[in-house]
Ligand binder design. Structure first.
Ligand code: TRP
Length: 74
């Protein structure tokens, strides 16, 4: 299975402030927002890339963990 079609990959977002947005973008030729999840401080979201979601945009201070590593969004 190629990297792109592997939908079992999980990522973790931990909000470091109120109002962090985790925005899912659609897979396929039409790239648009399809879901926005608002996290408050210390809330954690654990999600996958799926048939519907190929990219994620994160706004606000957060710790993000993926199979590629961890980063802090400040
Ligand atoms: N219904 C969405 C999906 O299956 C749920 C989802 C999964 C999602 N991963 C996400 C929403 C990441 C936002 C960000 O694709």
């Amino acid at each position: 299975m190629s990297e792109i079609t592997n939908k079992t990959d999980f990522f973790v977002v931990k909000a470091l402030e109120d109002g962090v947005n985790v925005i899912g973008l659609t897979r396929g030729t039409d790239t648009r927002f399809h879901h926005s999840e608002k996290l408050d401080k210390d809330e954690v979201m654990i999600a996958q890339f799926t048939e519907h979601t190929s990219a994620v945009k994160i706004r606000g201070k957060a710790i993000i963990q993926t199979s590629h590593g961890e980063l802090k969004n400040e």
